[in-house]
Design a protein around this ligand. Structure first.
Ligand code: KIV
Ligand code: ZN
Length: 514
């Protein structure tokens, strides 16, 4: 039987970015967007254009460079939000405006302080405004899973009549249960008289660990778009994970009446890229993209897999892009090989100076580390591009002394606003000493919420990738740094977080205003 196409709507760059600390720069978002295009997603939600000038610029750059996917911006139901989204999407090949308003009693009463009739008018008005700018308009009923059924059908019917092509019914707070949520989607499709004029979409959060199950249940009930993110990144416990949805549909072809156009071999590379850029590590036992997802530890399993792979494996590691951690470059590789590999990875450089800087750093790294992998290149480029954003603090040099029985001591030279400052401190450990020394100049008034080190590749010569999460009066940022010396990586990550804190904060689409 011919299968329907399931539209994969990736919202890593919008909902994913709403995870505390996951904010990305324009360059980082563009890199991820290009890999999402290669992965074959149908729609890339590039951001919330109104939220900040930086996010506007990111949506605009993505709209200008992506040719093989629709590019979408989120907008609340106000005229100014929708106009801003349209402006950012002006040069997109296939622009989509995604406008939303909350429709559940609890959100209407306490958050919006609007009556259902006012929400209805606002929703319909927003779809009409958006249709003045683009043909492809998506309308979401925020907190859809807790919305009263008749009101939901009324709003949806009117939104479709006003020109919405996609209707999204999110499980915003992750409250849905698969049987109930799927049944609700099926009932809505059956009850809305003009349902055949729109694609029904779902957007599930993972607060109870049910986001993927809820999304798949909705697909069985007739939803033909799933909104999801790489590695399940997203607000709070995250969104439905793209890789799990796609591989479930592909592996259980016998059950699901749909197919996607995802190039599954790109899944692991994109997962790694998102993890490197956001500093959110992937848990080892995460389905599909976790380091253990295809590792067979127990003797019985190994024996079975060696005799006949299908005894314990339902997917092939190569099909999702494992083993692509290939050696790309080494000490003797020249500029042309370096540039060619970056091009293959879809890494853009806007200026020759940026390229020269990246090549110089590559040579420095190749002196310390014999084998350079794609992940090393991604981390290196992140650092070069980070240098483009307003840099208030930069590590110039560092000397850390540790000896058994003595407090570790760190002495650093930090450049701040063009001046070099020598700072030093003792600490409870070497990382603590480094951070205390930095604080002597930064005096950031922040709380350290998270410190983590990850090996980028395997082997003891691997670069350590450090994530530092800082909280200043409720504003949370993640900084990253990579180096073969994890103390240097730690200092870079801390300074990166401080630099991000110096940039303006952005609006949150669901918590700020209508
Ligand atoms: O979770 C949610 O409801 C959202 C909407 C803005 C689609 O992210
Ligand atoms: Zn969401």
């Amino acid at each position: 039987m011919a299968k329907d196409r399931l539209i994969i709507f990736d919202t890593t760059l919008r909902d994913g970015e709403q995870s505390p600390g996951a904010a990305m720069t324009r360059e980082e978002k563009l890199r991820i967007a290009k890999s999402l295009e290669k992965l074959g997603v149908d729609v890339i939600e590039a951001g919330f254009a109104t939220s900040s000038p930086g996010d506007f610029a990111a949506v605009k750059s993505i709209a200008e460079s992506i040719k093989d996917a629709s590019v979408c911006s989120l907008a609340r139901t106000t005229h100014s939000d929708i106009e801003r989204a349209a402006e950012a999407l002006e040069n997109a090949v296939a622009p989509r405006i995604h406008t939303f308003i909350a429709t559940s009693p609890i959100h209407m009463e306490y958050k919006l302080q609007m009556t259902p009739d006012e929400v209805f008018e606002q929703a319909v008005g927003a779809v009409k405004i958006a249709r003045n700018f683009v043909d492809d308009v998506e309308f979401s009923l925020e907190d859809g899973s807790r919305t009263e059924f008749d009101f939901m059908c009324r709003v949806i019917e009117a939104a479709i009549a006003a020109g919405a092509r996609t209707i999204n019914i999110p499980d915003t707070v992750g409250y849905g249960e698969p049987g109930e949520y799927g049944a609700m989607i099926g009932r809505v499709i059956e009850n809305v008289p003009n349902a055949d004029k729109a694609v029904f979409s779902v957007h599930c959060h993972n607060d109870l660990g049910l986001a993927v199950a809820n999304s798949l249940s909705a697909v069985m009930a007739g939803a033909r778009q799933v909104e999801c993110t790489i590695n399940g990144l997203g607000e709070r416990a995250g969104n439905a994970s793209l890789e799990e949805i796609v591989m479930a549909i592909r592996t259980r072809k016998d059950i699901f009446p749909v197919e996607t156009r995802i190039n599954t071999e790109q899944i692991v590379p994109v997962s790694r890229l998102v993890s490197t850029i956001t500093g959110f590590p992937v848990q080892p036992n995460k389905a599909v993209v976790g380091a253990n997802a295809f590792a067979h530890e127990s003797g019985i399993h190994q024996d079975g897999v060696l005799k006949y792979r299908e005894t314990y494996e339902i997917m092939k590691a190569q099909d999702v892009g494992w083993n692509t951690n290939r050696l790309v470059l080494g000490k003797l590789s020249g500029r042309a090989a370096f540039a060619a590999r970056l091009e293959e990875l879809g890494i853009p450089f806007e200026t020759k100076a940026e390229m020269n800087e990246a090549f110089m750093r590559f040579k420095e790294l190749a002196d310390k580390k014999r084998e350079i992998y794609d992940e090393d290149l991604q981390a290196l480029v992140s650092e070069v591009q980070m240098g483009d954003t307003d840099e208030h603090f930069r590590l110039i040099s560092m000397d850390v002394a540790t000896k058994t029985g003595r407090a570790p001591h760190a002495a650093l030279v930090i450049r701040s606003h063009g001046n070099d400052h020598e700072v030093e401190a003792d600490g409870d450990g070497p990382v603590d000493a480094v951070f205390k020394a930095i604080e002597k100049i930064a005096q950031s008034n922040t709380d350290l919420k998270l410190y983590s080190v990850n090996a980028i590749t395997t082997g003891t010569d691997s670069q350590g990738e450090v994530t530092v999460r800082l909280d200043r009066e409720g504003r949370i940022v993640n900084g990253q740094g990579a180096d073969t010396d994890i103390l240097v990586a730690s200092a870079k990550a801390y300074l990166n977080a401080l630099n991000i804190l110096e940039s303006p904060d952005r609006l949150h689409p669901q918590r700020d205003g209508v």
